[in-house]
Design a protein around this ligand. Structure first.
Ligand code: FES
Length: 112
């Protein structure tokens, strides 16, 4: 299983700073399922950019059209939308927007 190392740890618990995730899943959902409180206001539909990450190391595919269009429209550079980015292998990343753990619990209770 690929290992994701989060460099800008913010309010992350120590056990959430390096996580093993399922290959092939969108990075955002892979992290969320492991308990990493990554913000994703649009629910993973390439509409909001809140899930964006900086990839410092790791193999990443070309952007799909939805990701490319959203990032260009938002004039964001050097970031990727983690909801559109499949995990291909180990990565070292910064997460730009983290929820608190309390907010994550609320989102999960709401089915987000
Ligand atoms: S969750 Fe909204 S763009 Fe990724």
């Amino acid at each position: 299983m690929p290992t994701i190392k989060i460099l800008n740890v913010g309010n992350l618990r120590p056990e959430d700073r390096v996580v093993e995730v399922e290959a092939g899943k969108p990075l955002m959902w892979a992290l969320w399922e492991k308990g990493v409180p990554i913000r994703h206001n649009c629910g993973g539909n390439a509409k909001c950019t809140t899930c964006r990450v900086v990839v410092h190391e790791g193999e990443v595919p070309e952007m799909n059209p939805a990701e490319k269009e959203r990032l260009e429209a938002s004039k964001l550079r050097n970031v990727r939308l983690s909801c559109q980015l499949p995990v291909l292998g180990d990565m070292r990343i910064d997460i730009i927007n983290l929820l608190t753990y309390e907010e994550m619990d609320e989102w999960k209770a709401e089915g987000r």
